[in-house]
Design a protein around this ligand. Structure first.
Ligand code: MEV
Length: 427
């Protein structure tokens, strides 16, 4: 039973050691020894490292890392670690990748690592005039931005372009400046946010207005990746399968209710690699969905066509703001190992591999949905989880899972009954 006298006010909690925090938490929420031991075991992330990464740390959360096999990206055989809690995701990529190997795998390209920082200007009665005044200061703005991050400059990055828009809002017109910055191998949030903050006061001085927000945009549409794959008709099961998959794509492209699920499937692959590489999954998710809605309607991130030979062609284009320097990518030892497995040494290479996985994931989902339906494959892996949830141990897991599949009913209550019967039989 939970305590009624719990307080969420814990003075000094943030400055305690992790051990002391766990003890305090245990006291407040009645955690037993097993729960304390669970929190105290931080697995493959040193407790000191975890404690430096975020505030009020009391533990870590392990998620399985699986390796996607069979992928060829830009002619290179590559093994891709994926961190996900969802069964079928890794297997789906392996399957999809296998079916396009004979056509050469997946080809990728990118627009380069340009990030956008926004500076919001309020309180100008002549917004169009203000817009021009800011645009006239391009060289000064470039100098301010580049001075803000000399390290980025040294590695070939820095200010690239300036855009100023007058935005009509419920509060009247706002003048929005976009600083467009090559952030190289960094995701770039820190770099561009610092630049926006440095430019802010100057924009106020030039225009007489008031600068409010200075922050990057996660709609990173200057940092696009593209993946293209051809699946030969004979490898996917023929024209009927292809046509079903094309119809599934057109459904997603025409209907936001379907597009949300279709794109979620793409993100199953994308987010898993982003996570394994220690990058910011929310930044990628936000960018993906905003990009999917750029026409004013939420649509599919992929496009699918039949080529002249009748083969199925899949295309994915989406923002991919990932980095290799800074953040958890550098700090988390598993992320470093993941990068080593992939053999990527540039952020752009990583971004392209992620796009390839996203496309393969979408292929797998469309194929299963247009043929057997999702439950068959899903349930076979799911059955083992359900068996374990019902308390099955060791070889019981396989036995109960097999029986659940055979019955076509993958439910915990049935698993419990089967387990009891199994144990009864053994006794
Ligand atoms: C499940 O996580 C993902 C799918 O729903 C994707 C899709 O419907 O395209 C299978």
């Amino acid at each position: 039973m939970s305590k009624t006298n719990i307080t969420s006010r814990i003075p000094g909690f943030h400055s305690m050691s992790v051990e002391a925090r766990i003890a305090r938490l245990a006291e407040l929420t009645d955690l037993d020894e097993a729960a304390i031991a669970q929190l105290s075991n931080t697995g493959n992330l040193e407790v000191e490292t975890a404690d430096r990464m975020i505030e009020n740390v009391v533990g870590t959360m392990n998620i399985p890392v699986g390796v996607a096999t069979n992928l060829i990206v830009d002619g290179r055989e590559i093994l891709v670690p994926m961190a996900t809690e969802e069964s079928s995701v890794v297997a789906a990529v392996c399957n999809a990748a296998k079916q396009c190997r004979s056509a050469g795998g997946i080809a990728t390209s990118s627009s380069g690592p340009l990030m956008i920082a926004q500076v919001q200007l309020l309180g100008v009665s002549d917004p169009e005039n203000a817009r021009f005044k800011i645009l006239e200061r391009r060289e000064e703005i470039k100098a301010i931005c580049d001075e803000t991050d000399p390290v980025l400059l040294k590695f070939g990055g820095g200010f690239r372009d300036l855009e100023v828009r007058v935005l009509e809002t419920d509060d009247g017109p706002m003048v929005i400046t976009h600083l467009i910055v090559d952030t190289g191998d960094a995701m770039g949030a820190n770099a561009v946010n610092s630049m926006a903050e440095a430019v802010g006061p100057r924009i106020e001085a030039w225009t007489g207005g008031r600068v409010l927000l200075r922050i990057l945009s996660n709609l990173a549409d200057r940092r696009l990746v593209r993946a293209r794959g051809v699946w030969k008709l004979e490898n996917i099961g023929g024209a009927e399968v292809r046509d079903g998959m094309l119809s599934a794509f057109r459904f997603a492209d025409a209907d936001p209710y379907r597009a949300a699920t279709h794109n979620k499937g793409i993100m199953n692959g994308v987010t898993a690699v982003v996570m394994a590489s220690g990058n910011d999954t929310r930044a990628i998710e936000a960018g993906a969905h905003a990009f999917a809605a750029r026409s004013g309607r939420y649509r599919s991130l992929t496009r699918w066509e039949g080529d002249a030979e009748g083969n199925l062609v899949g295309l994915l284009e989406m923002p991919m703001a990932v980095g290799l320097v800074g953040g958890a990518t550098k700090i988390h030892p598993t992320a470093q190992t993941a990068l080593k497995i992939m053999g990527v040494s540039k952020a752009d290479e990583l971004a392209r591999v992620i796009a390839a996985v996203g496309l393969a994931q979408n292929f797998a989902a469309l194929k299963v949905l247009a043929t057997t339906g999702v439950q068959k494959g899903h349930m076979s892996l799911h059955a083992k989880n359900i068996a374990a949830m019902a308390g099955a141990l060791g070889e019981e897991v396989e036995l109960v899972a097999a029986k659940l599949k055979e019955m076509g009913k993958v439910r915990v209550d049935i698993a419990e009954r089967l387990l009891a019967e199994l144990r009864g039989g053994k006794a």
